[in-house]
Design a binder for this molecule. Structure first.
Ligand SMILES: C[S@@+](CC[C@H](N)C(=O)[O-])C[C@H]1O[C@@H](n2cnc3c(N)ncnc32)[C@H](O)[C@@H]1O
Length: 201
């Protein structure tokens, strides 16, 4: 599953992986990463965190540095190679796999999927499978956090269900957005919780 635009590893193959950190420099800045890591560390509590689509470790590395045990899945070996080459990578267990189907050992207090990456699963079935996969990894009371942009309803004409978001060339549509039920134009943090005993937060 995933956006298999280039074949093989999908969109995030060698070419994109080589420039990913530089091209996403603003997302690597402390003003973006700091609060995200703080929140995720708080939500992980005394448990371990599993990142779906860990990429080059933008969030996983600082989260692990903060003392949280972090495991990650990504379906691009090219992105994982960049992660493994970074300082502190030995603190993160990163493996190749599909976030909709790959199971890893262990139980997690937190599964998270950031930077709009849920949209790389372009069918409803794949997105549902991803939620099921998150739930399968969570301990009772654990959380699944998704960070996703909410597309502008006004830019989606009635009857249209697909809006190309970033188009770099004719064949290179980065993300296709299929959400007609959005209510606001702003980044959104969706927090889903596996059913379990109620805890104050
Ligand atoms: C925008 S990057 C985000 C990387 C990282 N989470 C971050 O915040 O920088 C999207 C990542 O999702 C990965 N990806 C896309 N589809 C995937 C899938 N079905 N399963 C696992 N990883 C996937 C890509 O390889 C890429 O590393």
């Amino acid at each position: 599953m995933g956006a298999d635009v280039e074949g093989g590893e999908g969109y995030f193959g060698e070419r994109v992986a080589a420039g990913y950190d530089a091209d996403s420099a603003a997302m690597f800045g402390p003003a973006v990463v700091g609060p995200a890591v703080e929140l995720l560390a708080e939500l992980a509590g005394d448990g371990a965190a599993l990142e779906f689509a860990i990429g080059t470790g933008r969030i996983a590395l600082p989260l692990a540095e903060r003392g949280v045990r972090v495991v990650g899945i990504d379906n691009s070996e090219a992105m994982l190679d960049r992660l493994r080459a970074k300082r502190g990578a030995e603190r993160v267990e990163a493996m190749a796999g599909d976030m909709a189907t790959t199971r890893v050992d262990g139980e997690f207090s937190l599964v998270y999927l950031v930077f709009n990456t849920i949209f790389n699963l372009v069918t409803q079935d794949a997105q549902v499978a991803c939620f099921e996969n998150a739930a399968a990894h969570l301990r009772s009371g654990g959380r699944f956090v998704i960070e996703a942009r909410v597309p502008e309803l006004q830019r989606l004409p009635l009857g249209q269900t697909v809006l190309p978001w970033a188009r770099r060339s004719r064949w290179d549509v980065l993300l296709r957005l299929r959400h007609r039920h959005a209510t606001a134009e702003r980044p959104a943090l969706h927090l889903c919780r596996r059913s379990g005993p109620a805890e104050p937060h």
